[in-house]
Design a protein around this ligand. Structure first.
Ligand SMILES: [Zn+2]
Length: 311
């Protein structure tokens, strides 16, 4: 696997759905659509192969993208062909942006090097969620430019300190960077959200800030499951809201909550009721997924607290 770099965005490529890109591109590809004298917008799609709304937005905005100064990264086309987040046995392409020995990490490093050298005005990574969440941004920084970009997309944002190696976390070291979580892949509204957001960023004037402030949350813990756990899909209704004490997180089985630095904080949040694990205290949750495989592979949900912005 090696990063491919192309200097145009051909119609033969934008005509293709995400699942057909692997046959047209030889792997992860950076489309260099920069214009001289204009700081580019960096756009990243398909870092997760089954999160296709970002690519579908690109297909709708081909003309606008060609006319703007843009670097477009199209990520895991092999996983997209298989309809999977990540191919079995391969590293998650959104966990390799802060180093590593894998071919994926080498591609990520090559992309980061080129993007950094291009001095982008903003880096945007477009994802779908597996759980039913309201649209939200993910940021790794709380400076004004980052939060303004997050607010252009949605009313709520997550200040992420984990997982390690996600693209926005890596890029925040050298430019304003934001991840947008546009909704589940099979909801047509998700593509509309991605398209609207990109269109606003590509427009001639800077997007105006809106009246309502951004609600910024911080991840305090990531909740993971054992193979025996039985999830409670109805919990998705609490995503980005406060779930009450006593709400059932799993019907049965092993569950754990860890901070970014690996501390086990399960005792602070969980209480047992026979086989079930309940919330011990009211807690804001996010990204609770109704897909048990995704919950086991990645995580069940995150536990959040309100976060404070830098000045
Ligand atoms: Zn994703």
């Amino acid at each position: 696997m090696e990063l491919q770099v192309k200097s145009g965005l051909p119609t033969e490529v934008t005509a293709l759905p995400a699942g057909a890109l692997a046959d047209a591109l030889r792997g992860p590809t950076l489309f260099d659509l920069r214009r001289p004298g204009e700081r580019p917008l960096f756009v990243s799609v398909l870092v997760h192969g089954n999160e296709t709304s970002g690519w579908d937005a690109v297909r709708q905005l081909t003309r606008e993208l060609r006319q703007a100064s843009v670097l477009l990264f199209v990520g895991n086309v092999a996983a997209a062909k298989a309809g999977l987040r990540t191919l079995p046995g391969r590293p998650d392409f959104n966990r390799v942006w802060q180093g590593g020995d894998s071919p994926e990490a080498a591609v990520a490093a090559a992309v980061a090097q080129r993007v950094r050298a291009a001095n982008p005005r903003l880096a945007v990574d477009i994802h779908n969620t597996t759980g039913r969440n309201p649209p939200y941004s993910v940021v790794a920084d709380t400076d004004g430019a980052t939060l303004a970009a997050a607010r252009v997309f949605a009313e709520q944002a997550l200040l992420a300190t984990q997982p390690n190696g996600f693209q926005t976390g890596g890029f925040a070291h050298f430019c304003t960077a934001v991840t947008v979580e546009v909704g589940v892949p099979d909801d047509p509204l998700s593509t509309c959200r991605a398209t609207d957001f990109l269109r606003r960023l590509l427009g001639p004037s800077q997007p105006e800030s809106t009246a309502s402030p951004l609600a910024l949350f911080e991840t305090v813990a990531r909740v993971t499951l054992g193979d025996d756990a039985v999830i409670v899909p109805e919990m998705q209704r609490f995503n980005f809201r406060t779930a009450p004490a006593g709400a059932m997180l799993v019907r049965q089985g092993e569950i754990a909550a860890h901070t970014a630095d690996g501390r086990d904080v399960g005792n602070a949040y969980f209480t047992q009721d026979d086989d079930a694990t309940l919330l011990k205290r009211p807690s804001v949750i996010a990204s609770y997924t109704g897909d048990v495989d995704a919950a086991r592979q990645d995580c069940l949900c995150y536990l959040l607290e309100p976060a404070r912005a830098d000045g």
